[in-house]
Design a protein around this ligand. Structure first.
Ligand code: SF4
Length: 686
């Protein structure tokens, strides 16, 4: 006989998965979570969530949760007390600092954590260890967005809000599959695309769900974004569709840019991209002639050797057509993790501290020194790939990784493993024994988003309150408190973690957080910059750019070295994608009922390629790259073109990153997950 359970309490918080930042209403009874609902009064999601936000929460009390600090001795993890682990870490790190110097240590913070925790983690490295060796997952996803938009506009964040879809006439979605990766925003984009008067342009090698509804789908070859966007701009300029007044008043560098742009070779671009000039011209005309046009981009833009240049082109397109600084326009990166925007805002980057202030600048350095009460270094620290290189060169003695499974999700898995093995002290702060945690020397059991309070910043710069729903499971602690405890154990006086106390500190050092106070956040949060009186900002760059004028810089297309070096022996191009049911390494979603919906990674392969290699649907394909090989089940589909393959990477049993490579974005060092040279054959399986 079933017993009715009465909900006794509800708490409003924010989803832990993607950068849409949906507001959730969590019902609990006797400290146990019963269900999650989508509240109607939330500006972000207005009564909607996807199946991750609404149903994939049971990981929080899964029996596999790490529930004690552990130290590895003789190859085995031993449970220890918090006091013991804090002493162990403090002694080790102090020893490394004295013997090898502060730059022998590095930290990787987490975009799953709150702003306050990210702020503390970068503060720990800058003020306690005295190094700028701090980085986060943005390095492997949207670091080119931050850098590219900063170069062109001065600010590396979305210019508008998703709600502006009500006021636009045209959307251009580049390298993003939002119906799977950002489902609530994806649904809004799909609804927009389905209305007959609206114009929608999708630039993507795959015929994604959104591409099927789009008025223009440019199915370009992976790795040719820069070439095709130059062609789009070529037609806008050569056909006189630029906004001359906007260019004159608000931008610089256009004449030099135009000269180089008009000399591009259209025949060559058609040849390398696999799309025709007529298709590209039609899309360019549609974007340039729309009264209001918004662009959205994802990792299909950034995870390339020319990722930063592509972001700059998207920003240039908005500049030359005057699509910036009002409702219904702008450049709107679709941020991946729930708080990837916030972690960068808080200074989880080796070149910019809290508030995007340049660590090499004398004035900034003085400001940080005074604020933190210690000497903060002025030289730029290691980016994540440089941390691994330093480890392999014997220069890195310690790394502390919070909530990031670098073994499963960073490229070239075997290299990452060797780097961790070469590091004397690997500290991993996690919910589960992830692939990375297995290589740890010390485990710190952190708390999930349901067990702590703080703020997340979504892809619209919206800082929202994350409110504790249940007590942390026994043996674990909120991540912010763990960092504070270690700071104090190493002699730095940092007050205990409270969201209001931390926001108070952050508002004094991060200029655009000046007016953000815990009690002001309410249900819908505040979009930064927030003035001291609490006034927030829906639209950026309305009268001037952060850098003064918007800057045009021409960049020519270059083939990635992944293909110039390896295409001859590895003739297929593999790209990567996500599935709706799972989230990145799957550590959380694989421990929920979502596991029953999708239980394996799969490879999309065109019917003609499958026929060539005698591969039937559901059979295993061996993918081999210059780094290694993996076996993945085939899904035969014309969603990909002939010669192009696409795979998910949610399951450690497959470990797709065994075959991805070391090519990075030339400017921001974001790995090129989206172009991997491979050869294929039918195989018997794992
Ligand atoms: Fe969470 Fe993103 Fe789904 Fe919203 S769309 S419920 S933020 S995963």
């Amino acid at each position: 006989q079933s017993k009715a359970i009465q909900a006794t309490d509800t708490t409003r918080t924010i989803c832990t998965y993607c950068g849409v930042g949906c507001n959730l209403e969590v019902s609990t009874s006797n400290g146990e979570i019963l269900s999650i609902q989508a509240p109607y009064d939330a500006e972000v999601n207005q009564g909607h969530t996807c199946l991750k936000g609404r149903y994939a929460f049971k990981f929080y009390d899964h029996p596999e949760r790490l529930n004690s600090p552990m130290i590895k001795r003789n190859g085995e993890f031993e449970k220890v007390t918090w006091d013991e682990v804090y002493d162990y870490i403090a002694n080790k790190l102090t020893g490394f600092k004295e013997e090898f110097g502060p730059d022998s240590m590095a930290g990787i913070s987490s975009s799953r954590c709150t702003n306050e925790e990210n702020y503390l983690m970068q503060k720990f490295y800058r003020a306690v260890i005295n190094t700028n060796n701090i980085d986060g997952c943005a390095r492997v996803c949207h670091s080119p967005t931050a850098l590219g938009m900063q170069r062109t506009y001065g600010t590396g964040a979305a210019t508008n809000s998703i709600d502006d879809l009500k006021d636009t006439n045209c959307i251009m979605v580049i390298g993003a599959n939002p119906t799977d990766a950002h489902p609530v925003t994806g649904a809004k984009l799909k609804q927009f695309a389905m209305k007959s008067d609206n114009v929608s342009i999708v630039l993507d090698p795959r015929r994604t769900e959104l591409a099927r509804y789009a008025t223009h789908h440019i199915a370009l070859r992976p790795g040719t974004n820069v070439a095709v966007l130059n062609m789009m701009m070529y037609y806008i300029v050569s056909e006189g569709l630029v906004d001359e007044t906007f260019i004159e008043n608000r931008t610089e560098g256009f004449e030099d840019f135009k000269k180089e742009l008009l000399s591009i070779d259209l025949d060559h671009i058609e040849q390398i991209s696999g799309v025709t000039r007529d298709e590209v011209r039609a899309a360019a005309m549609a974007y340039a002639t729309a009264p209001n046009a918004m662009s959205f981009h994802g990792l299909g833009v950034t995870e390339h050797s020319q990722g930063t240049f592509t972001v700059m082109q998207i920003a240039d397109l908005a500049l030359m057509t005057g699509n910036i600084g009002r409702r219904g326009v702008g450049v709107n990166p679709l941020r991946g993790q729930n708080n990837v925007q916030g972690s960068a805002d808080m200074g989880v980057q080796p070149h910019q501290g809290a508030g995007y202030l340049d660590v090499t600048n004398d004035e900034v350095n003085k400001k940080y020194n005074e604020f933190y009460g210690v000497e903060v270094p002025k030289h730029i620290g290691y980016k994540i790939p440089e941390m691994f290189d330093a480890a392999l060169e014997g220069k890195l003695k310690s790394i502390w990784i919070i909530g990031e499974d670098v073994v499963q999700t960073d490229p070239n898995t075997q290299k990452v493993i060797k780097a961790l093995e070469a590091t004397d002290l690997v500290i991993v702060q996690e919910l589960f024994m992830t692939e990375t945690a297995k290589y740890a020397d010390v485990i710190l059991p952190g708390a999930s988003f349901l067990e702590k309070s703080g703020t997340f910043t979504n892809g619209e710069r919206r800082v929202q309150a994350v409110r504790q729903v249940v007590e942390p499971i026994p043996g674990t602690k909120p991540d912010g408190q763990i960092i504070v405890d270690i700071m104090n154990r190493m002699g730095y006086n940092q007050p205990d973690y409270t969201p209001d106390g931390m926001l108070e500190e952050i508002s004094q050092i991060v200029p655009f957080f000046a007016g953000i106070k815990w009690e002001r956040l309410g249900i819908n949060g505040l979009q930064w910059p927030v003035a001291a009186d609490g006034t927030d900002t829906k639209i950026l760059h309305t009268t001037e750019f952060k850098r003064g004028k918007g800057k045009f810089e021409f960049n020519a297309w270059e083939e990635t070295v992944e293909l110039t070096e390896h295409a001859k022996d590895y003739p297929y191009i593999l790209t990567t994608n996500r599935e709706l049911e799972h989230y990145n390494c799957g550590a959380m979603t694989r421990r929920t009922a979502n596991e029953q919906i999708l239980q394996d990674d799969y490879l999309m392969i065109h019917p003609n390629d499958a026929k060539t290699h005698l591969i039937n649907d559901g059979e295993y394909v061996c993918l081999e790259s210059p780094r290694g090989k993996v076996d993945v089940k085939a899904r035969i589909t014309d969603e990909v073109k002939q010669g192009i393959l696409s795979t998910t990477f949610h399951f450690p049993e497959i470990m797709i990153n065994n075959i991805t490579g070391d090519v990075h974005d030339s400017e921001a060092m974001c790995p090129e997950y989206k172009v991997v040279a491979v050869r294929i054959r039918k195989s018997k399986g794992k």
